[in-house]
Design a protein around this ligand. Sequence first.
Ligand SMILES: Nc1ncnc2c1ncn2[C@@H]1O[C@H](COP(=O)(O)OP(=O)(O)O)[C@@H](O)[C@H]1O
Ligand SMILES: [Mg+2]
Length: 355
Amino acid sequence: MTMTAGSGDPLVTAAVVGGGPSVQIRDLTVAYRIAGRDMAAVAGIDLELPPGSITGLVGESGSGKSTLALALLGAVQKPGRITTGSIEIDGVGDVVTLAPKAVRKARGAQIGYVFQAAQNSLNPLKTVGRQLLDLAKSHDVDDKQSLVRQAKSLLERMGLDAGRMLDAYQHELSGGMRQRVGIMFALVLNAHLLVLDEPTTALDMISQANILSIIRDVSTDRALTTLVVTHDIGVVAEVSERIAVMYGGRLVEQGPTTQVLRDPKHPYTRGLIRAIPRLHGDPALAQALPGRPPTLGTTPETGCVFRERCDVFARLQLPACVETDPRPTPIDGDRLVSCHAVASEHQQADREARA
Ligand SMILES: Nc1ncnc2c1ncn2[C@@H]1O[C@H](COP(=O)(O)OP(=O)(O)O)[C@@H](O)[C@H]1O
Ligand SMILES: [Mg+2]
């Protein structure tokens, strides 16, 4: 596959041929072992990241987003472990069964990433430039000068004084600067798959908009496959082509961002959107979602994990919501929704259309 570069940016052209890989996550369960019990933070998830596009993974804190991102990077730490499923990355293999050494090699080279709390992930004892050279060494990069050039170009694009950044130690940088340096590290090796966990959380609104537009530009220019993880559905609205909504370790809704935002189906997605006035255009109607998301210990073991906060369950009290965990049901072509009420409404409409 050949792509034309969208810009004359020299750092773009090298990686454009090929574009991002496809990623297939199947039946993925990641559990943390707590007090002798495996508790699933990610529970049997299926998710596909289409090559060359940006997917936003959104949900309140505690829904399992970072755990899913770590699994994708082959970086789940004890007491966590992947108990079922596969993560097939085109050109890398199944991250779940790959040898740890091969996974480490892929991280950085094929998979660029920024962990959550990246503000604190730099080595405090080494300058940014030194860490860049370490990265070059650990990934057998011969042309160090070109790597430094790329790093500088990325830093400047993010509005930073590149020379000063490379000479700086972590403690000399603000939270926002560290976050941008983290993004530079994610992009500098020309990875084709990019995983960014809360990339703009430490930033003010203007810096956030700047970083999001850079993420969008670089992803588009290089045709990267990108996963942006965030608790802020506004961020997803700004960068992603597809959205996956996570709650209690499940994906409750997936689809093209414009469709999901215009016509959210799952009661949880509707609640998230209602809470953000700039997404639905009526500040008077901003309404916080009542209640709190479950923790590993309070996630219901049977039925729908969202039902206790669900306005539809409160109204209809469908027995299915108490009895079985809803599976993703295809709706309107490209969309998936895991909700008994939505599924039965959809079946009903289908029957009426056919009658
Ligand atoms: N290292 C860990 N040990 C035990 N529980 C964890 C650990 N990391 C995360 N969890 C739990 O797993 C659930 C999902 O967490 P996380 O993936 O960080 O969610 P999110 O990124 O959506 O906020 C939460 O209930 C959290 O408390
Ligand atoms: Mg997180």
